[in-house]
Design a protein around this ligand. Sequence first.
Ligand code: P6P
Length: 336
Amino acid sequence: QEPQSARRTKTPAEIILETPGIPDELKKKLLPIISALTSGGRIMASLIARGPLLGITGSAGKENIQGEEVQTLDRIGQDTFCQLLGETQKVRELLSEEEPLPTLFPQADPDGLLIAMDPLDGSSNISVNASIGSIFAIFSPPPSSDRGEIFGGDKRKLIAGAYILYSASTSFVIAVDQKTYLFTMDPSFGGEFLGTGEPLHFPSGGKIYSTNESYFPLWEKGIQDYITWVKSGRKPVMTSRYIGALVGDLHRNLLKGGIYLYPAEGAPGKNHGKLRLLYEAYPMALICQFAGGIATDGDRSILSIKPGSDLHARVPLIAGPMDLVSEFHTKTGHPL
Ligand code: P6P
């Protein structure tokens, strides 16, 4: 019997319905969208769990717009979430890492929302049964006068960020109306996602840093000095944990307190790191911020970056609790 304090009894829909800061008009759009995300999460969790038996853990034999090898499950994730979100009639445009341009849903509510997604992030982990995730940024559309801009132009407003983590259990985390909530899929309860309804908050004093240190030679000196310091000069020193999937690394750091770093590589301005602004950094930044943390590009808050016309623009990403990210910025000479 789980201890009473850990009882998970609320669904994402119940949390959204009882959140005073979300206008009813927006709730009517968010509820079917969240239902589509959790339904897609159930489907993907089942396919990922049976992947080796179904022969779907390998490569799809082609590259996506990013020049990355597409895994079969990447395509299945793309098709699954695209269909489920389209069926809500509450999504006007869906931007995906897997497609160069947004998918348009002309039948949708003209005031429908815009969603940017990475349908399956960290897919190189699939074939070795390591954590992977799906990441979503949800935007309110521009005013009707600006409808012509692709994906809402710079008038779209980020209103929620969410991810699904496929791991030892399947988690659904959503940041909306200044709070970040965690739900866990209960396979014995029809795959419903249940949570306590208590908002998540980064623990302070964490001692974990997550980065791929093989890029150390490419980083600017300030970042090299910081990474050297956290392992030797800092009191207490930090320990390294890196799953190679943003959702898995950020989730552990959100629960235990840790900083995730994907710094820019090469000379400043030369390479903007690897992660995508619209469907990786933005949603993770909202999730961090509403859990008492912050995400930056090494200089400024991710949420202060106005995306340009490149919908697949990359940014460096430093994400975690305020104490560790502030410490990073102070040590690298860009105090917050
Ligand atoms: P690297 C996965 O491809 C991803 O986009 C993130 O999920 C992950 O944190 C990062 O890239 C891993 O990149 O260069 O360490 O393999």
